[in-house]
Write a protein that binds this ligand. Structure first.
Ligand code: TXA
Ligand code: MG
Length: 346
């Protein structure tokens, strides 16, 4: 398939119009959002959405998020409970996806056969203009090959999906660089199925009854997570990865020792270091994930770092660990998945 690629910003109305025409015609378009790039198609057209699954190699039972340009979602869901209304008025447009009972207009092929649908209103200008111009909600999972880290730059998308989609637009940076928080709202409770920039603490502060799906931080053996996507191996770099947690100096010492040993065996080692620790690692390929005091910065660099190690064929990756408070919950969730839950406490 021929893929048109356009480097644009939100003022490039003509290209956004062309992309919207593609969506209306049932084609696939990759576009940037404030979280990560998405691969979009008309959410009301199951044939168009089939193309998304095929392009990504995504299992059919893994439901898609639909993206809207308006806070009124009554056309798509049975009802909007008060808890969801509060979340919408506080966090939309933005990196929060809400799962509610769907109406029949949403084809069950895009919800993996579930009777619920995941919806979010993105904050990214290109995304919102594209949805408005298309006149339909846009189903869009992250624009990576299934199992690979989510794309935070247009180059990531081109590498994974060029030739598999009709159009790629973007070039702008994703503000957050980590996928949206996914919550289910049911029976008065808000359950986090995937942590992100809208944190447990932020939702608690609104007086909501917030829970964290236990499968998020556990090893996934024998427990079926509520978000079907969370059970798949994800964000996986090609190399073997381990997270090292504990007292800072112990972490540095452990990583340095292991790195030295592996290098002496002829292996290539990558280290994910915080800015504060950069100077302490003397061997291996050391990449800076950001300051320990700025977890949003850490979150936004994570996927690009995993992809950088893939490009230079690293054999082993060691990553420092992080607190699981605030955005740290999202950072550790993605790191643990990338590491296949291999964590060593030193
Ligand atoms: O930030 C984001 O959310 C990005 C951008 C493009 O908007 N999209 C994204 O989509 O990350 P995706 O498909 O890669 O991840 C959606 C997650 C999956 O884990 C999926 O299983 C879950 O949300 N999900 C979707 N619909 C669901 C539903 N009805 N019930 C439970 N989980 C659902
Ligand atoms: Mg994804």
């Amino acid at each position: 398939m021929d893929t048109k690629v356009y480097y644009i910003d939100e003022n490039n109305e003509n290209i956004i119009k062309e992309a919207a025409n593609y969506i209306k015609d049932g084609k696939t378009v990759i576009f940037p959002t404030e979280t990560v790039y998405g691969i979009g198609a008309n959410a009301l057209d199951k044939k168009a959405c089939e193309k998304i699954f095929r392009a990504k190699g995504r299992p059919q039972d893994n439901p898609l998020i639909i993206h809207v340009a308006d806070k009124d979602i009554s056309e798509y869901v049975e009802s909007v409970p008060d808890e969801a209304k509060l979340l919408i008025s506080n966090f939309w447009p933005g990196p929060l996806t809400i799962i509610l009972k769907k109406k029949d207009i949403i084809p069950s092929e895009i919800t993996g056969g579930l009777r619920s649908v995941a919806i979010r209103m993105p904050e990214g200008e290109i995304a919102r203009k594209l949805i408005k111009e298309s006149g339909v909600p846009i189903a869009a999972p992250s624009a990576n090959l299934s199992g690979k880290p989510s794309p935070t730059t247009i180059e990531h998308c081109i590498r994974d999906l060029s030739g598999r989609v009709s159009m790629i637009i973007g070039g702008v940076e994703c503000k957050y660089g980590i996928e949206s928080t996914v919550v289910e709202v049911e029976n008065g409770a808000v359950t986090i199925l995937r942590p992100g920039e809208i944190t447990f603490e932020m939702m608690k502060d609104l007086g909501l009854n917030v829970e964290i799906d236990p499968t998020i931080m556990e090893t996934l053996i024998d427990v079926v997570p509520k978000a079907p996507g969370m059970k798949y191996k994800h964000y996986a770099p090609d190399s073997e990865m381990t997270i090292i947690t504990g007292e800072n100096l112990n972490v540095i010492e452990y990583i340095n020792n292991k790195t030295e040993k592996l290098i002496s065996e002829g292996k290539k080692v990558g280290i994910i270091s915080t800015t504060e620790n950069l100077d302490f690692y003397t061997k291996g390929t050391v990449l800076n994930i950001g300051s320990r005091n700025n977890l949003s910065e850490v979150a936004s660099n994570l996927f690009d770092i995993l992809r950088s190690f893939d490009k230079i064929n690293i054999d082993y990756i060691f990553s420092e660990g992080f607190t699981e408070e605030g955005v740290g919950l999202a950072v550790m969730n993605r790191l643990k998945k990338a590491a296949g839950h291999k964590i060593i406490k030193v």
